[in-house]
Design a protein around this ligand. Structure first.
Ligand SMILES: *Cc1c(COP(=O)(O)O)cnc(C)c1O
Length: 383
């Protein structure tokens, strides 16, 4: 029996490959590879999809976050509050502009920033909050925006894993001041390479983002700031235009896959299935369970054994993320010792992301669940 992968982009290509190839060939024949109508059309379509006035394409989700920070002139001496339980890019961009990432622990139920802890982390230096809709599950944007408004803070949503997720019926990326998206191939809307975009409702700021994206220039060969070269390629924009038409249908399949996992996993002991934030619709980029550790044992040992056991049954699972950001070598200078964020540290030992992609079959999900049952049974004693 073949392995069940965490995701399978080949199946997606089998379904829509003819349209993707035709769109790419059209760009190749056009001779317009940088900028131009293909990129502008995609930017417009994506703004319409998310429900914002403007969209600025760029080279990656990382750059989207970086450019948003630059456009708000956030830099040395400033603090930006974010979560330690995310991909490095979130905090990395805060550091890259010279500001300081300030971490706040997560809520155990949703893996997202604990908004009850947010106010205590705000100082006179705080300029922005960078929430992450982790695994596709939206954070409570109503509560977050109320806190931001009260303290006059900018909200930069990291939507990299949540394209198509909604909060109170509104798409994530349309609620904060900036929505930052990644089109990395494994994201819900993935290019055939790198890509990213920023959504926003302020046309003047959109112009600033374009200026920073193009070497700090509004008029070619005249430069007003130190910018970067971060464009969305026309070929990727063409691919994304094709794929955007399928995004809602793919996300519906992901939601159905999640519902099936919820049902199939309901009676397995010692695991906790993911919970959506009430009021939100997850985009289900990941289906991440928690494997409860044996008391007194090495906290990650059981999860790691379960993962190895799944692997020998041909089920490939992933760990997002094994080491929280505040414990990374690169962030030792921030001065957060182990124990600073108990929820984050706890779940980093427990999380396991099961195969999740729109095309996964019911039979494959059943195989995942049987293998998981076996793995949980065989690790139910800490010997
Ligand atoms: C993928 C990801 C990013 C970065 O996106 P890239 O396109 O890979 O640069 C940022 N934040 C989160 C939460 C991500 O998952």
């Amino acid at each position: 029996m073949s392995n069940i992968p965490p995701l399978d982009l080949k199946r997606q290509y089998q379904a829509i490959g003819a349209d993707v190839s035709a769109a790419v060939l059209e760009v190749l024949a056009s001779g317009a590879y940088i900028g131009g109508a293909t990129v502008q059309n995609f930017e417009q379509q994506f703004a319409t999809y998310v429900g914002t006035q403007a969209c600025v394409g760029c080279n990656s989700g990382t750059d989207a976050l970086y450019l948003a920070l630059r456009a708000m002139k956030i830099g040395p001496g400033d603090e930006v509050i974010t979560t330690p339980f995310t991909f490095i890019a979130t905090a990395e961009t805060i550091s890259a502009v010279g500001a300081k990432p300030v971490f706040v622990d997560i809520d155990l139920a949703t893996f997202n920033l604990d908004l009850d802890l947010l106010a205590a982390a705000i100082t006179p230096r705080t300029k922005a909050i960078m929430p992450v809709h982790l695994f596709g599950n939206p954070i409570d944007m109503s509560k977050l925006m109320a806190i931001a408004k009260q303290h006059n803070l900018i909200v930069i949503e990291d939507c990299a894993q949540a394209t198509g997720a909604t909060w109170n019926g509104k798409l994530v990326g349309s609620i904060g001041h900036f929505g930052c998206f990644s089109f990395f191939p494994t994201k819900n809307l993935g290019a055939c390479g790198d890509g990213g975009a920023i959504t926003l409702n302020d046309p003047a700021l959109a112009d600033d983002l374009r200026m920073y994206r193009e070497h700090g220039s509004r008029q070619r060969y005249y430069h007003e700031a130190i910018g970067v070269n971060s464009r969305l390629d026309a070929i990727q924009a063409a691919v994304l235009q094709v794929k955007l038409q399928h995004l809602d249908s793919w996300n519906q399949h992901r939601a159905a896959v999640a519902t099936r996992y919820h049902e199939l996993l309901a009676n397995i002991p010692d695991i906790i299935t993911p919970q959506a934030t009430p009021g939100g619709e997850s985009a289900w980029n990941q289906y991440t369970i928690r494997v409860i550790a044996q008391p007194g044992a090495d906290p990650a040992a059981r999860r790691d054994k379960v993962r190895a056991s799944l692997q020998s049954a041909g089920v490939i699972s992933m760990i997002y993320y094994p080491l929280p950001l505040h414990l990374q070598a690169v962030y030792q200078d921030l001065g957060y010792p182990a124990g600073s964020f108990p929820h984050t540290e706890r779940v980093s030992h427990e999380v396991l992301s099961l195969p999740m992609f729109p095309e996964i079959t019911f039979e494959e999900q059943q195989r995942v669940v049987y293998a998981l049952k076996d793995a949980i049974e065989s690790t139910s004693h800490s010997d």
